[in-house]
Design a protein around this ligand. Structure first.
Ligand SMILES: [Zn+2]
Length: 311
């Protein structure tokens, strides 16, 4: 096979996922490494990874895209604040990457990139508008409006994880109280279980899902409490944007119906009937690859050099 390839990097708090996609969005290669602790380590890892990919596919990589966790400013071209990877805060990442990369590249927020990936090649294919929510350790989101990624004025749109959903709730990493992220993500499911049972054994949302499947009432209730708040959030999205699709992804979505059923019930109650009826709420389909596929295809669509027509 010949043709252009596009590199995508998805930087999270624990892992740097990366890969190459072809012109049709199919993954040609992917891998992951632990997230380097320092910014110099990160830039070195990216340079080394690109070198490795270039050796595998000489002369074919046309662009690279990076999805970074945090508030990426389109104006200042840096991450102003990254609660989960503070080493990136205010670092001049663009010049640093320019020094080590010899292809055009684009940087964006990781959830925006995941939304772009799901829109281009996943559960959101063909939609004119969608909102992606990734529910894991935190809650990320990205918005496609009118057939394009919606950044807002400075690049900070789509932070649904940090809308206030419970004014009496827990303190969030962002400084606010009762964010959707603090009330409906995996750590909260675990905290609910401890509060309900008094058993503080370090169980994860995954463990609690297993208990729920065996009929453990406290486990089911731990998910239901988070589902309630997630449903309030979904109701807000539906009434505010009436998107064609809401796509739910992230680790917690693999736990099944214990979160989703109560969330759907609450969203139905809290949104206009007509708006709820015409917004479909679906599960994401690209799994952990959404971010790197999105970053790679975003870089291709924004920065990649035009490709010769296929013979
Ligand atoms: Zn917050």
């Amino acid at each position: 096979m010949t043709g252009g390839l596009f590199a995508g990097f998805d930087l999270g708090g624990t892992q740097l996922k990366f890969g190459l996609i072809g012109e049709d969005g199919a993954i040609i290669f992917k891998d992951r490494i632990p997230t380097p602790g320092s910014i110099d380590g990160l830039v070195d890892s990216i340079a080394g990874t690109m070198g490795r990919l270039e050796n595998l596919y000489p002369g074919r990589i046309r662009s690279a895209g990076f999805g970074f966790a945090g508030f990426y400013s389109l104006r200042e071209r840096k991450i102003l604040h990254s609660p989960n990877y503070p080493s990136l805060n205010n670092v001049d990442i663009v010049p640093a990457l320019e020094r080590v990369l010899d292809v055009p590249f684009e940087i964006d927020n990781d959830a925006n990139m995941a939304a772009y990936g799901e829109w281009k090649y996943g559960a959101g294919r063909g939609a004119r508008s969608l909102v992606l929510l990734t529910i894991g350790t935190g809650i990320g989101s990205g918005i496609i409006l009118d057939g394009g990624l919606w950044h807002g004025q400075c690049g900070f749109a789509g932070e649904l994880g940090h809308i206030t959903i419970n004014p009496e709730g827990s303190r969030c990493n962002c400084g606010n109280i009762g964010c959707l992220e603090t009330e409906a993500s995996a750590p909260k499911i675990a905290r609910n279980y401890v509060a309900l049972t008094g058993r503080d054994e370090g169980l994860t949302a995954e463990d609690i899902d297993k208990l729920a499947r065996r009929g453990d009432r406290a486990a089911i209730e731990s998910f239901a409490k988070c589902g309630y708040y997630l449903g309030i959030g979904l109701g807000i999205v539906i009434n505010f944007l009436n998107p064609e699709k809401i796509i739910l992804g992230g680790g917690v979505m693999t736990t099944g119906e214990f979160l989703l059923d109560p969330a759907m019930e609450e969203a139905r109650k809290r949104s206009h009937r007509v708006s709820f009826a015409c917004t479909s709420i679906v599960k994401a389909s690209l799994g952990n690859d959404a971010g790197l596929i999105g970053a790679a295809s975003w870089s291709r669509d924004k920065a990649g050099s035009p490709l010769p027509a296929r013979a």
